[in-house]
Design a protein around this ligand. Structure first.
Ligand code: AMP
Length: 282
């Protein structure tokens, strides 16, 4: 079932709740790939009803980012989402989500100031705002997000806690292409040459993992090696490479045994910005 109207979504969600069924929601911006579908399958196990939301959210894009050219294919998304177990596809219009006069935003402090938040000012304000709105519209018991956007998961977790949303957060692992490149709707922007080179992102994360397992503790050393690998094997321009505490997202200098660390990076291939990450237990 496709729902476009926000009031209809809210009434439908309310009826589902009153019938005693559990609602699992999977927020997406569409142009679905196997990463999204894996989350829908997780949602199917977690709820009686799966609402997949499809909304390219203008407030999370910066002024010079790819909002206008973000790939869109509604019919394909509908077929893929349904086949994976979506019972309701919610695809609202931006004009209904943000009507004239709209002026309320959610700012999650602290963890939004580093990594993606630093490179993309206002991004997480847009993300937190739209996710809160989608929660109010789809009334889920469970919300499923991907580890691909590790900082987004941390931001949503913080917001759920701070704003007392009564929602279980479930995180699905990163789904990768056969060569290791993390699936992303933005991979479609890559030229064949860039697509080949982009595998170096995952290779650099695996290199970091190997160094950690070998006992290297100095983060700078690991980051420098990752950067060298990327520069030697691609035309990618590094935005950041970070080794951070997986909870606070604060950068680390030295690794301590027992620590859970988030190794993450953002690299630009032409105008296409790709992100990837790996969580490692030291
Ligand atoms: P997006 O459509 O890019 O906003 O992503 C929607 C959801 O799918 C987010 O929770 C993402 O983290 C998740 N996602 C995107 N790519 C992947 C992937 N390769 N593996 C797992 N989850 C993903």
């Amino acid at each position: 079932m496709v729902i476009r109207d926000i009031r209809e979504m809210q009434l439908t969600a309310e009826r589902i709740r009153q019938s005693g069924k559990r609602i699992a929601v999977v927020p997406t911006m569409g142009y679905l790939h196997e990463g999204h579908l894996s989350l829908i399958r997780i949602a199917k196990m977690k709820g009686d009803v799966v609402i997949t939301t499809l909304f390219v959210n203008p407030t999370q894009f910066g002024p010079h980012e790819d909002y206008e050219r973000y790939p869109r294919d509604f019919e394909r998304d509908l077929a893929l989402a349904s086949a994976a177990g979506t019972t309701h596809l919610f695809a609202p219009e931006a004009s209904q989500m943000y009507p004239t006069g709209y002026s309320t935003y959610i700012d999650v402090g602290g963890i939004t100031e580093v990594l993606e938040g630093k490179s993309r000012p206002g991004h997480f304000r847009g993300v937190a705002t739209v996710v809160a709105k989608l929660f109010n519209l789809t009334k889920p018991h469970v919300a499923v997000f991907g580890q691909k956007d590790a900082q987004q998961v941390a931001v949503i977790r913080r917001m759920i806690k701070d704003l007392n949303f009564n929602i279980e957060l479930v995180v699905g692992p990163i789904v990768r292409e056969a060569d290791g490149l993390a699936m992303s709707s933005r991979n479609t922007y890559l030229t064949p040459q860039q697509r080949k080179e982009a595998v170096v992102l995952f290779q650099s994360l695996k290199l970091a993992e190997a160094r950690v397992k070998e006992g290297v503790q100095e983060c700078r050393k690991i980051i420098d090696e990752m950067a060298s690998l990327i520069k030697a094997n691609s035309s990618g321009v590094i935005d950041y490479i970070s080794i951070a505490d997986n909870t606070s997202l604060q950068e680390l200098r030295h690794l301590q045994p027992g620590q859970s660390v988030l190794i993450s990076l953002a690299v630009k291939f032409g105008s296409t910005r790709l992100i990837d990450n790996l969580i490692i237990l030291v």
